[in-house]
Design a protein around this ligand. Structure first.
Ligand SMILES: *Cc1c(COP(=O)(O)O)cnc(C)c1O
Length: 427
């Protein structure tokens, strides 16, 4: 048996009772499940990198995966384990591995599971850095086809004999396209492909990728789960739905014991231990505390986003407003049926007489900043910043106009935000 100490079953003896409770309750009481030292209500921040053993044989057994335990901080830390268990609980998954950032989670998952000669079908509407990373993969012999994933037939048409994975986001950034999540899940199941869903924009509060058959779920913890812009982190969760015994790329060393652990074990061993982008215990603590108010924050941010998007949609200074909560949005019905809310990101294209920099500079409450998922409302002129490097052609193919501003709506008083918008957009 391999070292599965990091895999805490979502339904252990205490978990059985917890599993019946609601999202809030389960997350708030998650740390108590593992009976923490002194009965602390927050899992302690454990800075220790190494762990001592009185019996050297025990140390060897931990290394060999024959007994649970900690060996070295790059692979495992108690504070980080507690956060991983929270994410597993939120996503109703089987196990989670946390990383230093969301990008580390994406890169490590792909690099540990895929090999030269493999192929990924990805949504063309993608977080900029994921898009850039997929470009890098081509240099390592892993080819990526980008398709309009709002229609599963485009994904189906791009599948090749060597396709191993389909990668999509729930609500894409910045034009807010909603992928054909259910039909793509059915397709991946039929074709035995790893279905990797980046749930960052919706978070497990608004959407459960497991419900559409996702194999792996990515969350940038930096965004809504942490929620306060004070810590970076990322995670990959195995839902337990993919049959790893059918996957050729699992190394022989990890093809032992329960096959449902093989994928996440390989991600942990290759992606975390060998590549080393480990989450630190202090950041894990910040992210865990932040996650406790995820539903409160996100519900309020979604309400604010809906109001602001409706305001912008009818404003003469705005050429186009992109938000899944608007009935005019092409995937409005899909978003309504899949998600508990329409998210807190929306974008606008300005009319020609308005300059995106001037509009942003006239804003007072809204901050010009690149992050998203913060409690504060942040805005960014995307073509000139986060999507600058990809160049005008790829931007045009993603529907990103030079005048586009993306808003990540926070939890401020809506009247203050409305005042900001009406003053800044005055034509
Ligand atoms: C921010 C983001 C990431 C990357 O997360 P980091 O923690 O910033 O590395 C990945 N996917 C999406 C959809 C994101 O918004």
């Amino acid at each position: 048996m391999y070292n599965t100490a990091f895999i805490t079953p979502a339904r252990n003896s205490q978990g059985l009772t917890m599993a019946k409770k609601g999202f809030f309750t389960r997350n708030l009481h998650s740390d108590r499940n593992s009976k923490p030292e002194h009965g602390v209500l927050h899992k302690a921040i454990h800075p220790s990198v190494a762990y001592g053993y009185e019996d050297a044989r025990e140390l060897a057994e931990v290394f060999q995966g024959k007994r649970p335990g900690y060996n070295y901080g790059r692979q495992l830390n108690p504070t980080v384990t507690a956060l991983q268990d929270r994410i597993t609980g939120m996503e109703d998954g089987k196990a989670t591995v946390a990383f230093a950032t969301g990008m580390a989670a994406i890169a490590a998952s792909c690099l540990s599971l895929l090999r030269a000669g493999d192929h990924i079908v990805s949504s063309a509407f993608l977080f900029g850095n994921t898009n850039s990373f997929f470009g890098t993969l081509a240099n390592f012999g892993i080819e990526v086809s980008f398709v309009d994933a709002t229609d599963a037939s485009h994904v189906a048409a791009a599948i090749q004999d060597n396709t191993r994975m389909v990668f999509v986001e729930t609500i894409a950034n910045p034009v807010t396209q909603v992928a054909d999540l259910t039909a793509i899940g059915e397709l991946c199941e039929q074709r035995q492909l790893i279905y990797c869903v980046d749930n960052t924009m919706t978070s497990p509060h608004l959407f459960s990728p497991r419900s559409v058959g996702a194999s792996l779920i990515i969350n940038s913890l930096t965004k809504y789960i942490g929620g306060h812009g004070n810590a970076l982190g990322g995670a990959v969760t195995d839902t337990g739905l993919y049959d790893w015994s059918t996957f050729d790329n699992i190394y022989d060393t990890y093809r032992q014991g329960d096959a449902s652990n093989w994928g996440i074990t390989q991600i942990k061993k290759k992606g975390l231990r060998d590549m080393g982008a480990s989450l630190g215990p202090e950041a894990a603590h910040h992210l865990a505390v932040g996650s406790e108010t995820l539903p409160l924050r996100l519900d309020r941010a979604c309400d604010n986003a809906q109001t602001l998007a409706e305001f912008c949609a009818q404003h003469p200074g705005v050429k186009q407003c992109y938000y899944p909560g608007l009935p005019s949005h092409p995937q409005h019905q899909r978003a309504k049926s899949l998600f508990k809310g329409f998210g807190a990101i929306f974008s606008i294209d300005l009319i020609e007489q308005l300059d995106c920099f001037d509009v942003l500079n006239r804003m007072d409450t809204v901050i010009a900043s690149s992050n998203l998922g913060d409690t504060r409302t942040l805005a960014i002129p995307v073509a000139h910043t986060i999507y600058y490097e990809m160049g005008p052609e790829r931007r045009a193919s993603m529907g990103i106009a030079d005048s586009m501003i993306r808003f990540s709506v926070g939890i401020e008083d809506i009247d203050d935000l409305l005042t900001d918008f009406s003053e800044a957009l005055a034509v």
